[in-house]
Design a binder for this molecule. Sequence first.
Ligand SMILES: [Zn+2]
Ligand SMILES: [Zn+2]
Length: 343
Amino acid sequence: MADPVLIHTDRGLYCPAGDFHIDPWRPVDRALITHGHSDHARPGHGSYLATHAALPVIRHRLGPITTEAIAFGETRRIGTATVSFHPAGHVPGSAQIRVEVGGEVWVVSGDYKTEADGLSEPFEPIRCHTFVTECTFGLPVFSWAPQAEIAHQINTWWRASAAQGRVPVLGAYALGKAQRLLSLLDPAIGPVLTHGAVEATNAVMRAQGISLPDTVPVTQATAIKDHPGALVLAPPSALGTPWMRRFGATSTGFASGWMGLRGVRRRRAADRGFVMSDHADWTGLNTAIRETGATRVFVTHGYTAIFRRWLAEQGLDAHILETEFEGEELDRPDTSPDPEADA
Ligand SMILES: [Zn+2]
Ligand SMILES: [Zn+2]
C-alpha cells in the first residue's frame, strides 16, 4: 500500500511524496504555511511557501527568511505531489492547502471561517477525500451572529462611551481581527487611534495594497483631548496596562469567539465582550466539512474529542490530529499562551 498523502510527525504534518511539512512547529527544510499567525508560521524553516497575500506579514513577523509565493488556485508540482492554496476566509491571505498524490486528495484547512468578512478572500470549499479541519469552536453553543449585527453593537458601545466622556479601548488581535474591526467601525463617530502593534500590521497590509480606513497611531506625544470621540484599537495584552493611563477614563471591550462562553468575559478584564471570531462556528464547521465531500476527517485545535465523536456519529471516518498546541486555547481562554494567537 502506498504511503498516506500526509502523515503526522513530531514536527507537524508531513508529505512524503513532496518532502515538505505543512505549518510545522519545529524547524524543517521546506514548509508550506497556511497563514501568518504564530501557531502556524514558526521561525527556523529552510524555506516558506505561502500565498502572495500572506507573505508580507509572515516576513514582517519572522524577519529574514527564504520565501516562495504562490497565487490562490495555482498548482505546483513538488516531488510527486501536486499542491495548491485556496482561500480560508480567516485573515487576509490565509489559505487551505490542497495536496494530491496519485489521485488521492487531502485538504488541510489551517484556520478558517465561512462568513465573508469583506477583507479576507472568502472561504471556498474544496472537494477532497480527506479533510484536516480545525475545530477551535466545535461545540453547538458557538453560533455567531452576522457580522453586521456585531458591528452595530460595537459602534453603539463606541457612541455611548463617547457620550459618557469615556474613551472606548477595543482589544483585538493585531493580525486579522484588528483590521476586520477597523473596517467595521463607523468613521462618522470619531477617529480611530491605534496601538503600535496594530498599526505595524496595518502598515504591512496597506503596503501590499489592502485598503484600510484611516488610523491615528498613538505615540508618546498623543493627547487624547486632541482627538474628540476617538476609539482606541489595541492588542488584548494592552488592556489594563499602564499604557492605557494616557486615555483617562476608559471603557474596555474585547471581541472574540470565547465571549460566547459564560464567565469568560469576567476573566478577560474587559467591560464589554463582543462575540466575533475569525474561526468557523458549529454550523460553519459542519457545513464546511459536508461541502468537501470528504469521507475521512482529522480534527485539530479545540474541542477535538467531542467534535470527533460527533463526526463519527454522522458516519464519517473521524480522527484526532494532535498538535503541540493542543488544549492550551481551550483550557485558558483568559490567558492565551500567545498574545498574538487568534480567536
Ligand atoms: Zn489563525
Ligand atoms: Zn491557529
